[in-house]
Every structure is written in C-alpha cells, then in structure tokens.
Design a protein around this ligand. Structure first.
Ligand SMILES: Cc1cc2nc3c(=O)[nH]c(=O)nc-3n(C[C@H](O)[C@H](O)[C@H](O)COP(=O)(O)OP(=O)(O)OC[C@H]3O[C@@H](n4cnc5c(N)ncnc54)[C@H](O)[C@@H]3O)c2cc1C
Length: 400
C-alpha cells in the first residue's frame, strides 16, 4: 500500500535512528508482532517484561509507515463526538472508552519519562471550536456528557475565545490535559527499551506468506524464512487490511503541513491543540522547535494517485486556513505530505479475531487518536496473551 507521499518532518528530528538486522534464519517465538510502527512498538513495550519471547518484524524501516506521517495530537475525544458514541454504543461503553483514552494519555506521559530516546511528550490543552451554528449545538451536547462524567472541560463563549485567541468563533470546548508527542522518537524509544528486555527486532523483513495447521499459523518472510509463533499480533497499520478486510474500517486521504520555525507564538494561547466540529476538519499544533503543524482537508479517495495529485493545492489551502485563524503569523511550509488515513464507521477502534487466523489478533487502531487507541489495545492484548483474558477485550472486539 502506498501509505504516504511528501517530505516528512519526524524522521528529520532523529537523523540517525537505531537500526536493526534483517531476519536471516528460521525462528520460533511466543509472540510475533508484524509491524514496527508505533502500534507494534507499544505492543513490544507492553510485552517486554512478561518473560515471553517476543519478535517484531518490520518490512521497511522502523517507524517509516503512518507513524512518520502522524501529526501526534494526543486527545481523549475523537473523530466521532462523545454524544455520537453514546448514541451508537450506549452511555456506559462510550464513557468507558473515553476514560480509557484519558488513562492512555497518562500512560504515554509516564512511559515517555523512562525511554532511552526522549519523545518530547508535552501536556497540552485543546480548543475544540464550533465551525458554525450547527457546531455550537453539537458542542452543547458534547459538554453535557463531559460535565456529567467529570471530564475536565469548559464550554467557552465567543467572548472567552476572543480574550485568548486572535479569532472569533461562536463557541468552543476548552479541554484540559491532552498532549502531544514526537511519534517517530516514541516508536524508536519504545523499541530500544523493549530490546533491553530481550525483544528481538528485525527491519527490512517483509512477512508475505502463511501456512495454517489446525490451530497454528507459520508465517514466512520474503527471503523465505519461517516464524512459528504461539500468538501473532498484526500491528501492520492500514496495511493490516491487506491480510484481513475489516468491514468496519474506512480508508480515506489526508494532508498535513509543517511550517518553518515561527519567531513569535505569543498569540497562540498555551500552544493548545486546535480543532473544529466540521467534518472534514482542520487541526493544528506546535512543535518543540516552534513550527506549526496544520492538518486535515481529508478527501474520501483511497486512490494514492488522486490523493497525491492534490497535495500542492492542499498545502496552500492548509496555510490559508491557518491564516484565517492567525492572520498576523507569517508561515512558510517546510515539510508537507499526503497520506492514507483509516477510521472506523462506528468510531471505536477494533481488535479483530478471525477463524481463519487462529491465535492472531489484528490491531486496527484506526481513528484520529490512533496512538492513544493502540496504547489501550496493546495493554488489552498483553493481558489476553499473558492471562487468557482482559475485561476490556469485548469493548473493542470486531462488531457484526
Ligand atoms: C496524516 C496523519 C495524521 C495523523 N494524526 C494523528 C494524531 O494526531 N494523533 C494520533 O493519535 N493518530 C494520528 N494518526 C493516526 C496514526 O498515524 C496512526 O494511528 C499510527 O501511526 C499508526 O501506527 P501503526 O503502527 O498502527 O501503523 P504504521 O506506522 O503504518 O506501522 C505499521 C508498520 O507495519 C509494517 N508492515 C506492514 N505490512 C507488513 C508486513 N507484511 N510485514 C512486515 N511489516 C509490515 C509497515 O511497514 C509499517 O511500518 C494520523 C495519521 C495520519 C496519516
């Protein structure tokens, strides 16, 4: 799958990342993780200290998939608004999921402190503004559930907004304690940590075949080596769909720009993460070296050529949209990309288990909070593999 195209910012922040060998022998292990992006790395981290024998196989270089495109806003609210999740799943499940997202951000913060590569985690509040009158209504609904369940949020009026930002919007939710991170450094940091505990990691090692015996699958690499594993986690990102089409998933295209460093960010209140109620939305954040990341303008296409043909236009449009909010901040694009982006129809990520893949778990951490979702799911899979169950598994198991 042609996951992305453009000039990437995150790999440039870690110019000499750790490297790993190609798998050159037949092996067996307790858990095989297919995919060395942030999801695979989170699974490796969670499993590293269980005493199990863990292997990670990455077909290209570690972190070179969607992880390199990820704009890495860490938020507890997602693509589908909380009140929409309540409509689809009921209040109990929707709230449980949102609380798990909150906890997952706490965990990412804790883990970031102990990694051998600092992933630049920072707590950030979010401003979620109403894109129009209809958006204001949605935020009212959203705030009802947030308040009822004790999430740290405030509904801001137009007055509040113009006191803090150089733009005017009818209303906004101000959400406390979200976060931001460097996903490329995070992935490398997690894997370096896991390696210390004996996790075996291989790059440039595509898995391209499988053979099923009754309740066991042997996987094969492109260079004809076999891997026998008791359990397999497919953490192959959007390319997991090439192994198993999950009906709940939906693939679209998205765009992002990273500007050159900006001298003065003083009119950006607390460097909040900013996004909006419109779908598709525009969102933005800052970086530790004072750049601005602007993303969004999603398109429904899952055709890479059509996606990439729009990149130059989208790059300019993202800058224009930014300047509608911050008119006096002069920005120049430095890095920019087009990429596939996966979500689910119902707004919950999916852990897939399918009869034709015995003892395999598909981690479809799809959605705008992919990094947060895969944090939750890595813990669930650790528990399922080590103790046979997790009370949270049923929340994310594939829906009919
Ligand atoms: C532009 C953009 C912005 C985003 N913004 C956010 C955001 O703000 N916050 C957020 O939380 N999430 C965001 N996401 C989602 C986030 O990027 C993803 O959830 C996350 O990067 C997925 O990581 P992953 O490890 O699942 O996938 P990937 O990074 O794609 O990793 C999967 C890996 O598996 C490897 N692989 C695939 N097939 C095989 C095989 N057969 N054999 C061996 N290896 C294989 C691939 O090479 C790849 O490296 C964004 C996504 C995009 C595209």
């Amino acid at each position: 799958m042609d996951l992305l195209h453009g000039k990437l910012y995150w790999p440039a922040t870690l110019p000499a990342p750790p490297s790993y060998p190609v798998l050159e022998e037949d092996i067996s292990c307790d858990v095989l993780i297919i995919g060395g992006g942030s999801s695979g790395a989170q699974c490796a981290f969670e499993l590293a200290q269980t005493g199990l024998d863990i292997v990670v196989l990455e077909k290209d270089l570690i972190g070179s998939g969607s992880t390199s495109a990820n704009t890495a806003l860490l938020q507890y609210l997602g693509d589908k608004m909380l009140f929409e999740l309540v409509n689809s799943f009921g209040e109990e499940k929707a709230i449980l999921h949102t609380k798990l997202c909150e906890k997952a951000i706490d965990k990412i913060e804790e883990v970031s402190k102990i990694l051998p590569i600092d992933p630049d985690f920072k707590r950030r509040d979010s401003l979620y503004f109403a894109s129009g009158g209809f958006g204001s209504n949605k935020l009212l609904h959203e705030n009802f559930y947030l308040k009822k369940h004790g999430f740290k949020s405030e509904l801001w009026s137009e007055e509040n907004i113009i006191q803090h930002y150089p733009f005017r919007k009818q209303s906004a939710l101000y959400l406390y304690d979200d976060g931001e991170i460097n996903p490329f450094k995070y992935t490398h940091g997690l894997l370096q940590y896991a390696k210390k505990y004996g996790v075996r990691i291989y790059e440039n090692t595509p898995v391209n075949g499988r053979k099923r015996d009754t309740d066991e699958i042997t996987f094969f690499t492109e260079n004809h080596h076999s891997i026998r594993a008791k359990y397999t986690i497919f953490a192959a990102g959007y390319e997991g769909l090439e192994w198993k089409k999950e009906k709940n998933s939906v693939l679209s295209s998205t765009y992002a720009v990273v500007t050159t460093p900006v001298e003065d960010l003083s009119d950006w209140y607390k460097r909040t993460l900013i996004w909006e109620t419109a779908r598709p939305y525009i969102y933005m954040r800052t970086t530790p070296d004072n750049r601005i990341i602007i993303g969004g303008l999603d398109e429904k296409t899952n055709n890479a050529e059509k996606r990439d043909a729009k990149l130059i236009h989208k790059k300019e449009k993202l800058i224009t949209e930014f300047n509608l909010l911050f008119p006096i901040t002069q920005v120049k694009p430095d890095y920019y990309l087009s990429a596939f982006y996966g979500g689910t129809h119902d707004g919950f990520p999916v852990i897939g288990q399918y009869p034709e893949f015995p003892n395999c778990y598909f981690l479809f951490a799809y959605g705008d909070n992919g990094l947060v979702y895969s944090g939750i799911m890595a813990e669930i899979l650790r528990d399922v593999i080590t103790s046979g169950s997790s009370t949270m598994l049923s929340l994310y198991q594939q829906r009919k």
